[in-house]
Design a protein around this ligand. Structure first.
Ligand SMILES: [Zn+2]
Ligand SMILES: [Zn+2]
Length: 485
């Protein structure tokens, strides 16, 4: 329980927000599209003369404004191979999905395709949240989209070849599908000869065996590249194991709230099937990891790139095994967050850092309760992590003296682009955050870094106030202490 001295009034922050108005003028193209879309029939008749470049803009406007007839009409003449509906786009609902699928139906039943139509794949949903609008997949053709990262990265395809592909994300919560997911699933089942419904992203939270069996009758396990499993027991995972075994292209696996049941003895370990191309493994709030980390990591058959363990308990034997798990020796990213390490000997973590020092680019040890004496044992290994670009030690209990020691080590890491440190213990009076002390101490702390390298982004952050949930941040850029929620 930590509180700040002056929790700002709620009104203050809202005042700040309103003063910063973002003005974004509509582009001429968008204005023209808005005008055109006032009459759907006119817009549809204008499609035949519409330049390729304007298709995504028009589609986006029609989508946001629910002009479903226009959406349907645009699909069979879409002049690009790819149509990506950004995750954050407004109006993503059953109505707009139905309109697009109606357009695909026209395309499928056409004996002769329009020579203009190049469409082979629609991406209805996936994890690239930063794409907000409509994307046609080629940044060369779409100057307006040049600033956005290309959504399709170098990922292997699932290999299923059909006339049309609809890539989407499937969420199965307690055995139920959402309205749009259910509709799309049934639509694709009825057109399985010409359409491949590609579930690159699958989430199963809470298990209903019958629905998993139904889904997997239709789903190609090879399509799944990102898998999230949540709120499951060991028995549930045993049931899913044969399905997991078939996921030969699985790149990212996230396990949340996997519970060890009371009937499960300590010796009874949870074994996952071998994964041959897994790159990223995340485990969140799962008590079965405790004492079982070694057995758990045995599923990795290829060196892992990213390991994230958050809100879990680890035993001493779990830490001890880290320097001996060869399948994690090439990690680029290690996150241990909200794991209580303060009662453990963390030397093995130091040995492990020495092992991964040549590849590790991102190291986050946040809210781990690491204390001065423990930090000391990590420092020599940390100095060897020469590739580090991001480090975060946020929310640990370091005194000013040890924080300075840490900074003398990270000052040597020339690749660092982003450093996040906890405010030293001297910035608290028992449980009260003293922001003025943070403001006073930080320039001296920053000097340690600037003496050795040109730091880019550095912040010192206090613990969250239990009352207002805000915290204080001092950063290199502003050289000021600010309050943030
Ligand atoms: Zn407060
Ligand atoms: Zn597929």
């Amino acid at each position: 329980m930590v509180i700040c001295l002056q929790c700002p009034h709620e009104d203050d922050s809202s005042e700040e927000d309103t003063t910063e108005e973002v003005y974004s003028p509509l582009t001429l193209e968008k204005l023209a599209m808005k005008r055109l879309l006032r009459g759907e029939a006119l817009a549809i008749s204008a499609l035949k003369d519409l330049p390729h470049l304007l298709f995504p803009v028009m589609f986006e406007e029609a989508f946001i404004n629910g002009r479903t007839k226009v959406l349907t009409a645009m699909i069979p003449v879409w002049p690009y191979p790819y149509l990506y509906v950004g995750m954050m786009i407004e109006n993503r609902n059953l109505k707009t999905l139905k309109a697009m699928l109606e357009g695909l139906d026209i395309l499928i039943t056409q004996k002769v395709r329009s020579s203009r139509c190049k469409l082979t794949e629609i991406n209805w949903k996936n994890e690239y949240h930063h794409v907000t609008g409509i994307w046609a997949g080629s940044c060369k053709l779409l100057p307006g989209f040049m600033t956005q990262k290309q959504p399709v990265q170098n990922r292997p395809g699932c290999g299923v070849k059909k006339e049309l592909k609809v890539t989407t994300q499937l969420r199965l919560i307690e055995g139920r599908l959402g309205e749009s997911d259910r509709y799309l699933f049934q639509w694709a089942q009825q057109r399985k000869d010409s359409v491949h419904l590609c579930y690159a992203n699958l989430e199963i939270e809470g298990l209903t065996k019958a629905s998993v069996i139904e889904i997997f009758k239709f789903l190609h396990a090879d399509c799944v590249q990102d898998l999230l499993l949540g709120y499951l027991s060991k028995e549930d995972l045993d049931f899913l194991n044969p399905y997991l075994r078939q996921m030969n292209n699985l790149l990212n696996l996230t396990l949340c709230h996997i519970r060890r049941t009371l009937s499960m003895g300590d010796s009874e370990m949870l074994l996952l099937p071998p994964f041959h191309c897994l790159q990223k493994l995340s485990v969140n709030d799962s008590n079965y990891v405790y004492g079982n980390l070694k057995g758990f990591l045995r599923c990795l058959k290829k060196p892992l790139e990213s390991l994230i363990i958050t809100d879990c308990n680890l035993s001493q034997s779990d830490l001890d095994c880290l320097p001996y798990c060869s399948n994690i020796f090439y990690l680029k990213s290690l996150t241990l967050d909200s794991i209580n390490l303060c009662d453990l000997l963390i030397e093995p973590l130091g040995f492990f850092l020495e092992r991964v020092g040549h590849t590790l680019e991102n190291l986050e040890l946040e809210s781990c309760g690491i204390q001065d004496s423990q930090l000391n044992t990590l420092l020599p290994a940390l100095s060897q992590c020469s590739q580090l670009r991001v480090v975060s030690f946020n929310d640990n209990e370091f005194s000013l003296l040890f924080l300075k020691k840490l900074l003398h080590h990270t000052a040597q890491l020339s690749q660092l682009e982003r450093d996040i440190y906890p405010a030293p213990l001297e910035c608290y009076d028992r449980d009260v955050i003293l922001s003025h002390r943070l403001e006073k101490l930080c320039p001296e702390l920053l000097d340690i870094l600037t003496a050795k390298r040109m730091p880019q982004e550095v912040t010192f952050e206090t613990t969250q106030c239990s009352n207002c949930f805000g915290h204080y941040i001092y950063d290199l850029e502003t050289e000021n202490c600010r309050y943030e929620i």
